[in-house]
Design a protein around this ligand. Sequence first.
Ligand code: ADP
Ligand code: ZN
Ligand code: ZN
Length: 666
Amino acid sequence: MPQYAEIAIALPIDRTFHYSIPSHISGDIAVGKRVFVPFGPRTVVGYVISLCDAIDIKDPKSISSVIDKEPLLSSDMFKLAGWISDNYFCSLGEAIAAAIPGGIKKGKTSIGSRLKDKHEDIKEEIRSDPHTLMEEQSMALKAIEASMDKGEHKTFLLHGITASGKTEVYLQAIDIVLAKGRQAIMLVPEISLTPQTVERFVARFGAHVAVIHSALTDAKRFLEWKKIKEGKARIVVGARSAIFAPFENIGLIIVDEEHETSYKQDDVPRYHAREVAEERARLNNCPLILGSATPSLESYYKAKQGEYKLIRLTKRVEERSLPKVKIVDMRMELATRQRVTIFSKVLLDAVENTLKKHKQAIIFLNRRGFSTFVNCKQCGLVLKCKRCDAVMVYHFEKKALVCHYCGYTSSPPDICPKCRSGYIRYFGLGTEKVESEMSRIFVSARIVRMDSDTTGKAGSHDRILGEFKSGKVDLLVGTQMIAKGLDFPQVTLVGVVSADVSLNLPDFRASERTFNLLTQVAGRAGRGEDGGEVIVQTYTPHHYAILSAAKHDYDKFYDEEIVARKELLFPPFVNLIKMTLRARNEELTSKTAGDLAAAIKSEDKDAMVAGPAPATISRIRGYFRYNVILKGRDRLKLCALLKIVLAKFKKPHGVLIAVDVDPISM
Ligand code: ADP
Ligand code: ZN
Ligand code: ZN
C-alpha cells in the first residue's frame, strides 16, 4: 500500500504537495480522484497525481478524505493538463480544474454518486441520411480515413469556402470513427451561435451525441459529462471546454471555424482550445481536422510549411455561386448626396428590391447600441465612464448611457456636465440605430435585431432565429452574432453597414478579423437557389482585407498579411506573452510595469521585450492598466524565462499581474 500521495491544488501555486494517506482511506485512494486536504488554515480540493512509498519531507500532513468513487481523470488527461500548465503559464492544479465541470470542481458532487438524469428525454432517432459526397468532399474524407487507418496523429486543415460541405465531411468522418468503436469530439465556437450545426449532429447521430455549452447549469453539465464518462455518448459537440470530454478512446477531433477567437479562454488557464485539441490528438494518436473558410494565419502558415496537410473545398454544394460583393465608397456618398444617412443609395435600393421580391436580408454592423459617443458641441467634452477610459454608448431602448467595459449606466445629460451648455450631440452608430433607421425608411418591413442586448434571456437566440427562418421577419439586423454558421436559403442580400469598425482596432489582427468577418457574413447570402448579393459600405475601399474579401480570395489576403506579420515580427513568426499589470494608482502601475520589463531584460539580455505601454483601454473599473509584451520563437522557453523572472520579482502590494500566452487581442 502506498503511504503518500502527490497532490495538485487548484490554486496559482507552481508546485505539487505530498500528503500522507491515513490507513482508513488507503483502500479508496487512486490516481485521478479528488481529495480534501488541509492547506494552511483551510481545507481545499486536491487532485491525486501519483502515489509513492517514500518522500523526503518530514511530518507531511494527511489527506482528510477521498471525494470520488471513480477516478475523474485518466493519465492522458493529466499529461494534457501538464502540457497546458507548461504552455499557458498556470499551475497544474489550475489546468486540471479547467478539465472538469464546475459542479464537480467545487467538490459538491462526487463521481459515482447517483444523480438522476431528469432530462433523459432522448430524442427519437430521426436519422438524417448522409449525402453522396461531391468529388472534393470525397477526396477529403479519403485522406482523413487513410490517416485513421494508420492510427497516426496528423492535422488536416480543411479550407473550404462557405457552404462547400465541410460539415458533411465531418459527419461522415465521425461515422467511420464510430464504426471503429472509437469516439469523437467536435468543437464549435459557441453553441448558441451554431444551433444549426448542433441540430445536424443530433439528427445524424441521435442519442450518441452529448452537447456541452456554457449556458448549461452545473448539474446539467455534470450529467452530460457523466453520460460521456459512462460511455453512453460517443460524440461530444461543444464549445472550447468540450476538448476535455472524458473519453478514453478518441478516434477523431474536429475544430470547426478554427480561426474563431472564442476558442481562447480569457481567464486562467488562458488556453487556446485549438492548440489543446492538437496536443490531445497527438496523445491519442488520432487525426485532428481544423475547418474554416478563413483559416487563422497561424494554421495556414503551418499548412504551407507542410506541418499540416492542407485540403481544399473550392466549390459550393450544388454549384451555387458565391455571392457578388459590391464595395460602396462612403466618401463618395458623402460628396455626392444631398442628405447623407447611414445607408448608401445602393444599399437602400437593394433592400427595397429584396422586400419587393419577398426575400430576406441580413444587415450587419459589428457594434451594438444606438450612438457610440456623446459629446458637447460647446466645449468638446466626450462623455466617458467614471471608472474606465472608455466612451459611454447611448442605448435607446434603455434610455441610458452604458459603458461597454464595466456595464456602468447613467442617464443621458441634458446639459454638459463640464460647461453647462445645452449642446449635447450624439455621434456614431450601432445596431440599435441601424434597426431604427431601417424601420423609419421601410415602414412596413418586419425587422428584428440580434445582438448581446436582445439575447440576454435564455432561448432568445433560438426565438429570433426561428422567427427569421419561418419567414415572419424580413430584415435581420445584428452584430457578429449573425455572421456565422447560419444557413437561411431565403437570404439574398447581406448589407454591411460599416466594414471599418474592426479594421480600426489597434491590434495586429485587425485586418484578419475584418477579412474573416466580411467573408463569413457574405457567406450568409446566396445559399438558396436565388443567388445572393453583398453590399459592403466602407471609408477605406482600397484596403486589401476588404478587397480580397470582396473577391472571395483568401490566398490573396494571406499573401499580403503574412508579409506584414513577418516584417513586424508578429505571429505566426513569433509567440507572444502579454503581461497586464493593474493597480488603482497609475504611477505605481506604470513603474512596476517598467521594473518588470527591466527584470526580464536583466535575466536574458536577448529577450525581446516591448513596453511598458498603457493598454488600449487604459483604465477599467478604476484600475489603471499597462502592458509588457514578450516575444520569442519558442513558447516553452518564453514561459520558462518568465517563471524565473516572476519568482524573483518583488511585486508591490496592490499590483496585479495577468499573464496571457499568445493573447488573441492586444
Ligand atoms: P459548410 O460546412 O462548408 O458551410 P455544409 O456542410 O453546411 O457546408 O453544406 C451546406 C449545405 O449543403 C447543407 O445544407 C448540406 O446539407 C448540403 N450538402 C453538403 N454536402 C452535400 C452533398 N454532397 N450533396 C448535397 N448536399 C450537400
Ligand atoms: Zn461642454
Ligand atoms: Zn466603465
